[in-house]
Design a binder for this molecule. Structure first.
Ligand code: EPU
Length: 428
């Protein structure tokens, strides 16, 4: 086990290149199950979630090759192997195996997904969609059993706008008989990316990116080559880093339209931002202003940037209120930020941040992926050395983190944990 050590206070400048989107990758990889011939995905991020999904595809008989940032999956020899336990529990997105395996084999057994602990994360809308398509579903000893004699298109209204349910229902519906209509669908860019891959595989999908998606089922899907979209949350994290301690940071390989809500908030705080076709330039400011933020479904402010921007707001003059309407309990990073001298209160779904405060280096623990990002940003702006544990969370979603940060002039490195530190961590 390792910890990340950060020597804070070094101003950052230069260019950072953004990797492919984690939340697309974790859906695109399972989507390959639906084809009958090899699918190649280009631009994948180097993160542990991708590794785990590769292993899971191999467990069900797929042939997977990775070279640099490209993965080729030959799904021809896959079988509907039950996956009740093991690696499937390591990431939340393993729920996409349900839709993809149901779509191809009409049956699947998948252990209930793990992933970040952000409070309750039900999958009732996924199940509702599968049932509407004709699947029978039971939950036995922590695994979901799905089976259908035949999948038939249906009209499905999502009671909650859900990224996962929208994608999962698309996966199950593309090879169903007849037309499926998903109403109140999520509109995140990752949904368009998955629909683009499926369309290139021969699926008939209209309306991805709007709140009504129409899918006309086809009998078979074929292989293709697809380039993943850039990771808007990774890009947003580096924009926040640039705002916090940047003296001119150019974020390369980004779609600025995906980050309009963040750009607007950073400008409101007094950060200088210029955006081009696939680049965003960010210059920090010594006089940041407090702002209020409410997370919303896309194109609103993303919940995945709520934790990182909370750290930035410790530097802003005045009182900021950050409210998470998507995950009301996504505040595990706050206690850690307080250990670093932040003045933050949590009230219900809101964090109230009073600044400006000079953060101090401390030993802190990442409880989930974006909490980890928030603590790394805190370490970069703090006085002294910060040590972050819980790196398994950060490694799920940030490709080559130290290389990218050190490339901008940061001083960040990994060290093995001592035996005592491992024991301490087990007891917390
Ligand atoms: N919800 C339900 N029932 C469902 C599904 C969702 O009540 O069946 C609720 C959730 O509890 C939540 C809201 O609906 O309050 C939105 O959840 P959604 O289903 O959209 O989230 P998700 O698909 O499980 C994805 C990302 C998350 C990101 C959310 C929201 C992936 C693999 N994960 O999760 O990303 O926070 O959308 O944008 O795509 C992250 O990257 O750190 C991360 C957690």
């Amino acid at each position: 086990m390792e910890k990340l050590k950060i020597a804070g206070g070094y101003p950052l400048k230069g260019t950072v290149r953004i990797s492919g989107a984690k939340n697309s990758a974790v859906a695109l990889i399972p989507a390959t199950i639906l084809a009958e011939s090899p699918v190649t995905i280009e631009g994948l991020p180097d993160i542990s979630d991708v590794e785990i999904l590769k292993d899971l595809l191999e467990e069900i008989g797929g042939k997977v090759e990775i070279s640099d940032d490209e993965m080729t999956v030959d799904p021809a020899t896959m079988i509907s192997m039950p996956l009740p336990n093991g690696k499937v529990k390591k990431l939340r997105a393993s729920y996409y195996l349900m839709g993809a395996m149901l779509g191809r084999f009409k049956k699947a057994v998948i252990g209930l997904p793990g992933g970040c602990h952000l409070g309750p994360r039900p999958i009732d809308q996924h199940i509702k969609g599968f049932e509407a398509l004709g699947a029978q579903i039971t939950n036995e000893q922590g695994a979901i059993y799905l089976r259908a004699d035949e999948l038939r298109g249906a009209r499905i209204y999502l009671d909650v706008v859900s990224v996962g349910a929208t994608i999962n229902i698309m996966l199950a519906a593309v090879r169903a008989k007849g037309r499926t209509i998903i109403e109140n669908a999520a509109k995140e860019p990752e949904i368009i990316d998955v629909a683009t891959l499926l369309t290139n595989m021969g699926a008939k999908i209209k309306g991805a990116g709007t709140d009504v998606i129409r899918i006309d089922g086809v009998d078979t899907l074929h292989g293709c080559r697809h380039t993943i979209i850039p990771d808007r949350i990774e890009a947003g994290t580096y924009m926040i880093i640039g705002a916090a301690i940047g003296e001119g940071v150019l974020i390369d390989n980004v779609i600025p339209q995906h980050l309009e809500s963040l750009i607007a908030k950073l400008r409101e705080m007094g950060v200088q931002i210029e955006s081009g076709n696939d680049q965003v330039f960010v210059n920090g400011s010594a006089n940041l202003k407090a702002v209020d933020i409410k997370t919303l479904v896309y194109p609103g402010f993303p919940t995945d940037l709520q934790q990182p921007i909370t750290t930035l707001l410790t530097k802003a003059a005045g009182s900021s209120v950050v409210t998470d309407t998507i995950y009301g309990a996504r505040f595990k990073h706050i206690d850690e930020l307080r250990r670093m001298n932040a003045n933050i209160k949590v009230e219900g779904r809101s964090a109230i941040i009073n600044g400006p405060i000079q953060l101090q280096g401390a030993k802190v623990k990442a409880s989930d992926l974006r909490a980890g990002a928030a603590l790394v940003i805190a370490g970069l702006i703090a006085e002294g050395i910060t040590e972050v544990t819980g790196l398994e969370h950060i490694d799920r979603g940030y490709s080559n983190l130290e290389e990218k940060l050190n490339g901008l002039g940061a001083t960040v490195w990994r060290e093995a944990l001592t035996k005592d530190e491992v024991e301490q961590l087990k007891n917390t």
